[in-house]
Design a protein. Structure first.
Length: 104
């Protein structure tokens, strides 16, 4: 029983040492790595925000067609449908603009 406990503590000690060394290695990176990561993330901002705006435009077109179909069929929930689709489009477009403003 004593050898199993000693083996367990030796293994735990090795794991803690490995963990401390890995943290030390991660903290020892220079500011160049952080600058590179920032530049890489910043390069994705424009395509992502443009994609979100494009999704908002597609959602707006689909919503417009669905509202038109409801309106032509005489459905009573047309106004509720208009507000829902308009809110979704407005949200997506504003998210795209806010992402650009926040990260640039």
């Amino acid at each position: 029983m004593k050898t199993k406990v000693q083996f367990f503590f030796k293994r735990a000690e090795a794991l803690v040492t490995l963990f401390i060394l890995s943290i030390y290695h991660a903290m020892a990176q220079s500011a160049a790595g952080i600058d590179q990561a920032t530049a890489e993330v910043s390069s994705y901002i424009d395509p992502i925000s443009n994609l979100i705006i494009a999704i908002g435009a597609v959602v707006g077109l689909i919503g417009g067609v669905r509202v038109y179909i409801k309106w032509q069929s005489g459905d009573q929930d047309t106004q509720k449908s208009i507000m829902g689709w308009f809110g979704a489009c407005l949200f997506l477009i504003l998210v795209g603009v806010v992402i650009k403003a926040f990260f640039v």
